[in-house]
Design a protein around this ligand. Sequence first.
Ligand code: TYD
Ligand code: MG
Length: 449
Amino acid sequence: MKAKTLYTCQQCGFGSPKWLGRCPDCGQWNTLVEELRPAGATGRTAPPNSQAVRLEEVAATAEARTCCGLAEFDRVLGGGVVPGSLILIGGDPGIGKSTLLLQAMDRLAASGSVLYVTAEESARQVKLRGERLRVSATDLYILAETSLETVLERVRELQPDFLVIDSIQTIFSSALESAPGSVSQVRECAGRLMQQAKGTGVSTFITGHVTKDGAIAGPRMLEHMVDTVLYFEGQAGHPYRILRAVKNRFGSTNEIGVFEMKDSGLAQVSNPSELFLAERPAGAAGSVVVPTLEGSRPILVELQALVSSSSFGQPRRTAIGIDHNRVALLVAVLEKKAGLSLLSQDIFFNVAGGVRLDEPAVDLGVVAALASSHLNRPLSERLILFGEVGLAGEIRAVSRPELRIGEAARLGFSHCYLPASCLKNLEAPPGMTLHGIRSVAETLDQVFA
Ligand code: TYD
Ligand code: MG
């Protein structure tokens, strides 16, 4: 009998009926992945003859989106769920993916029927969790199943409007011999689910665990297949969770939703600035507040630096929540352009609340926090600053200064240091004084005056 599957090298396309550690053709290691062998003409069928049409003649109907009512979730999706879309929610195990989806599905069930496939937990476990989350929807069906074929059959029978697969790494297709969670299984299952979503219009949510080692295929591998990729992030020990869109065919990326994990599930945080600043120490050197933009949303975040003389030869440099290369670069600028001697100092940098920042606009805040800790001089508590720092120590303009200043004013900040080039056409909100600055040295002179 002909083998149904073939091991194909992902680098060069070499095919083998058995798995091999090293591709004999291109010599790469560990690149052979089990794939379904297309059986002649019955394999991939050619698409029906499609015709080219003028773009202007394509009917442009607005996507009918369904909002689940969890505003933070809807915003990250780009304003609700699009019918027939495939949405991947990735994150570390235990971060709260199942919790988030169960809460969202409870609300979505008001607009259509939901089938929640749990391949990791039993239906009873989901029920217990649901009781804690006060899930009360009637049109919410639970299926504890790991076989993809059974799931697809139940979907055909039930015809739900929304489908959840929790998780893609525990579900498997019997067409392949590989274990659940392997590259081939994850890809095959996701491919079949996508075909079904596009064919029947069922909006499908897939969860995937981010994995550190290569034994289990991670959600990154699926990013190109799905319509929307959301990552659910948070730091161990912090109750805050951030839902971040990294790809979205139906909306903007960079939008975030902020949640707090409580005993009764995830609570939405509609005013994250207040939350992130709640535990700010009063008058502490090394603590600085910066207004960062997440998508279209300004959020105030506290930066903390600790600079202390090193007792060993090699000074330690640690950064949490921000790229450590960026911090190293700013340390060098401070050293060279502001005359602070930081070379022999241990430097620890932290973004409070478990937030991750990757915007150059926070550069000036990093510089101020480092200088404040090094000089042991706290900054005024009602002061805020932002701007990109260049290698010559110059302060460069950043986007949407008015949003950042507005959020700062709302939370009672009274002085804002920002790039001088941002001041054009900018009006200060009541109670806020704006200070335009041009260089790092000038900033330090002014804020520590
Ligand atoms: P879970 O949704 O199971 O994570 P994932 O599906 O991403 O693996 O979340 C599990 C964690 O969430 C668990 O450590 C306990 C916590 N949790 C709460 O704190 N409160 C709750 O109400 C629930 C349901 C979970
Ligand atoms: Mg889970």
